[in-house]
Design a protein around this ligand. Structure first.
Ligand code: AMP
Length: 216
């Protein structure tokens, strides 16, 4: 099963991907995490992505598409993947469709998590992430049991540099200009499932599972 999680930064894609990984046994492929990993390791890919990420801009397609397609060709992705943060524009969506078609595969479902702009800004500015396992938290909505420590792995929590207000504004601008048109693209293919992103993570998670036909 190939599922795309579509939504603005702050819509809850990372949190919901975690639920889907658990419930549906899919592998989580998050383009932003791949870039942050490369950045942390100081690789050439990380250096290429750095300045774009700091400004909240999209990393050029030729770099991003190659990185994600390479990840998708790994053996652990064979039986199913949840894509988070990719594709982020039409060119990436078409490249993904083409690459999958060449392997006789296709995207099954695209889950669009709908959240208002005010709520996105509120969520991003309160967001904390585990440095080790990338588990997201929110200062007031979903705080960790012990402040500063990940419930899941005990890792240190940090605020992403691109969650500062000016960069958040830029990232949302990029989302509405470049990524939001994908809602139409996947509606036309009949694959889009729109899910209301309001309410707690557990509520949104069960909406997604029932939209995917796995609700219980
Ligand atoms: P995210 O963690 O998904 O919010 O991504 C963090 C940053 O990584 C973005 O602001 C972009 O600079 C870069 N990035 C992640 N995914 C993509 C993508 N599909 N295309 C281009 N840039 C991306």
């Amino acid at each position: 099963m190939y599922v795309i999680l579509l939504g603005a930064p702050g819509a809850g894609k990372g949190t919901q991907a975690d639920t889907l990984v658990r419930e549906l046994e899919l592998v989580h492929v998050a383009s932003g995490d791949l870039f942050r990993q490369a950045l942390g390791q100081g690789t050439e890919l990380g250096l290429k992505a750095k300045s774009y990420m700091e400004k909240g801009m999209l990393v050029p397609d030729e770099v991003t598409i190659q990185m994600v397609l390479e990840r998708l060709s790994a053996p652990d992705c064979e039986s199913g993947v949840i894509l988070d943060g990719f594709p982020r524009n039409l060119n990436q969506a078409e490249a993904l469709d083409k690459a999958l078609a060449e392997q006789g595969k296709a995207i099954d479902r695209v889950v669009y998590i709908k959240v208002s702009e005010d709520e996105l800004v509120r969520r991003l500015s309160g967001r904390w992430i585990c440095r080790d396992c990338q588990m997201p938290y929110h200062a007031t909505d979903s705080p960790p049991r012990v402040w500063g420590k990940c419930d899941k792995c005990g890792g240190e929590l940090y605020q992403r540099a691109d969650d500062i207000p000016e960069t958040v504004k830029e990232r949302l601008g990029v989302y509405f200009a470049e990524t939001a048109p994908l809602i139409d693209y996947y509606t036309r293919t009949g694959k889009l499932l729109e899910v209301e992103g309001k309410g707690g993570a557990a509520k949104v998670g069960s909406r997604i599972l029932s939209a995917l036909g796995e609700g219980r």
